[in-house]
Design a protein around this ligand. Structure first.
Ligand code: PEP
Ligand code: MN
Length: 345
């Protein structure tokens, strides 16, 4: 249930509604939209007394939320949410940031080379895994905290915001010390303890869709992060498992449009994992921008053939550089623009 406040309702009126929510033994989340605020009432439906709220000063109406996901639903907040990864990298507005970098941080020189190259091409943020959730336990697992330090150096030199994965609740605090945005990977999309831990810290969370998740399950999972107190959730369509095997995963661009209909949260597209093959990445990237993705995340590596992880789907810096003006033209054609690279630090 949500209590929709009148436009211009005072802070006292909002606080009064929140107090009544608590008196009923329920929890609140206040969501401030551009026009008005709403108070989401969370908890046991039997305790919710709609009539009490309808009569409170400053209340416009009380609405039952039909979707099982509450805080992420467009019913709660019709205007889109923007999430700031950093001052320069805001996801969900008119500008479309491009987040690019290698699958994994392979070394100090390597990540610096990647960062310089993607920034020169116009990227707004640097991606790269220090903790890698690998399907095979004998594969490279990432450099861990050393990798985080390397990312930190790359940010200091280039000003690029850092997006990097966290794989276990115990590491959330440590990764949040270095990263601007915590990535939750597809294999952890239903690791509810990890979702809650990321919800208990304030940094933006790039939450990838589970490879076998329906959109309902995905939005319900996102709800764990929101419900734990962190509103800075960025969704990411990174491809799902289907019978088709010419791609590693099938990038569902319909999910981008569907999420925009059902939720106020921004959604990005990851055509690298969503195809698995570098030659497919440009087409899918252009289609993602056209479909309204709020950011694009791409794997770029100076020497894909020797990449420690995901070389087959990694673009060379030259390929990436060539794509950027095309992406910019497509963004412009739908009334958007690529976000600029950060100015020199
Ligand atoms: C990655 O971004 O390198 C990654 C492991 O992604 P996903 O969780 O989507 O497979
Ligand atoms: Mn990868």
């Amino acid at each position: 249930m949500i209590v929709v406040m009148q436009p211009g309702a005072s802070q006292e009126q909002i606080d009064y509604v929140v107090n009544r929510v608590h008196e009923m033994g329920l929890r609140d989340q206040v969501i401030n939209g551009t026009e008005l605020s709403v108070v989401a009432v969370i908890g046991d439906d039997r305790k919710k007394d709609r009539q009490v709220f309808e009569t409170l000063p400053g209340v416009q109406k009380v609405v039952n939320i039909l979707a099982p996901y509450k805080l992420s639903s467009a019913e709660v907040k019709p205007d889109r949410t923007t999430v700031a990864i950093s001052d320069d990298c805001v996801v969900g507005g008119r500008q479309v940031p491009v987040i690019a970098g290698p699958c994994s941080v392979e070394g100090e020189d390597h990540i610096l080379e990647c960062a310089r190259a993607v920034k020169a091409a116009g990227a707004t943020a640097l991606r790269g895994g220090a903790f890698k959730p690998r399907t095979n336990p004998y594969s490279f697992q990432g450099h861990g905290e050393d990798g985080l330090k390397m990312l930190d150096h790359a940010r200091a030199e280039t000003g690029l915001a850092i997006v990097t994965e966290v794989v276990t609740p115990a590491d959330v605090e440590r990764v949040a010390e270095y990263a601007d945005c915590l990535q939750i990977g597809t294999r952890n999309a239903q690791n509810y303890e990890l979702l809650k831990a990321c919800g208990q810290q304030p940094r933006a969370v790039l939450f990838k869709r589970g490879m076998a998740m329906t959109i309902d399950e995905y939005l319900l999972a996102a709800e764990y992060i929101l419900d734990a107190g962190n509103p800075n959730v960025i969704l990411c369509e990174r491809g799902i498992r289907t019978f088709e095997n010419h791609v590693r995963n099938t990038l569902s661009l319909a999910a981008v449009a569907e999420v925009h209909k059902r939720s106020h949260l921004p959604i990005t597209a990851d055509p690298s994992h969503g195809s698995g093959h570098a030659h497919l990445v440009p087409s899918l990237t252009y289609a993602s921008v056209a479909a309204g993705a709020d950011a694009i995340i791409l794997e770029v590596h100076p020497d894909p053939q020797h990449a420690l992880t995901d070389g087959a789907q990694s673009l060379t810096p030259a390929e990436f550089t060539e794509m950027m003006p095309v992406m910019a033209r497509i963004a412009e054609s739908i009334g958007r623009a690529l976000a600029p690279a950060p100015v020199n630090v």
